[in-house]
Design a protein around this ligand. Structure first.
Ligand code: DX5
Ligand code: ZN
Length: 224
């Protein structure tokens, strides 16, 4: 299993976004988590395609784009063109999930399905073998720096169990409230891609990213 830190730029200082991204990349991050919010699916509005396009020109990281938007199928094409590598859409926001996954794959990108904390894993029953990643929200989406919701740990375990039972190779990404106090619960339950926003970006961005990357590397070594 590969373990990855996915720094969420939502918590970056946008006045120096380029430098912030360089700092996490220099620390060894391979993923960049990019949160697009529409003010409808979630209360807040973040940023959109012009921002993704400009950072794409300056970064070779894996762009992990988390679309927190209603009817995300409207934006699959443009997300792909902007430079995403993984396009994740919310099951709650999309009526024709099966078709949307196909559309993502038709663009040549990896497909992720995100679930809010209260959404049952049952929505994955018939589509789990079609996706590359499942993003389990461990806070209610919309803002950075919220508290990890403890009941999500059991949900991560159940999903890992489902994936293993079916012999699939699907990544589990966790998003929200991942910090030193919570990261081990998520890892032990079976998550392998860890989003971290407020835990990474701040006064010592590079140092913070380096600390979590080392933690994941040690975890991977211990568990392989
Ligand atoms: C929240 C976003 C997250 C957010 C996580 O809706 O999807 O990616 O940036 O922030 P932290 O790690 O601070 O909880
Ligand atoms: Zn996110």
């Amino acid at each position: 299993m590969h373990y990855e830190l996915a720094p969420s730029i939502l918590s970056a200082d946008f006045a120096k976004l380029g430098e912030e991204i360089q700092a996490v990349e220099a620390a060894g991050a391979r993923y960049l988590h990019i949160d697009v919010m529409d003010g409808m699916f979630v209360p807040s509005i973040s940023f959109g395609f012009p921002v993704i396009k400009s950072i794409r020109r300056n970064s070779s990281s894996i762009f992990d784009v988390h679309l927190m938007v209603e009817q995300p199928e409207r934006y699959i094409e443009e997300t792909a063109k902007s430079g995403a590598d993984i396009i994740t859409i919310h099951a709650e926001a999309c009526t024709h999930l099966d078709r949307a996954i196909e559309w993502i794959h038709q663009t040549g990108k990896k497909a992720g399905i995100a679930l809010n904390p209260s959404t049952s894993l049952h929505v994955l029953d018939y589509i789990l073998d079609k996706v590359d990643m499942v993003l389990l929200m461990t806070v209610n989406p919309g803002f950075g720096n919220q508290k990890y919701i403890d009941y999500c740990t059991e949900k991560i375990s159940s999903l890992r169990h489902m994936i293993e039972e079916r012999g699939l190779d699907v990544d589990i990404e966790v998003d929200g409230g991942i910090k030193e106090e919570t990261i081990h619960a998520a890892l032990d339950a079976g998550a392998n891609i860890l989003v971290a926003g407020s835990a990474v970006f701040g006064a010592a961005t590079g140092e913070n990213a380096g600390k979590y990357i080392k933690l994941l590397k040690d975890y991977q070594e211990k568990n392989s």
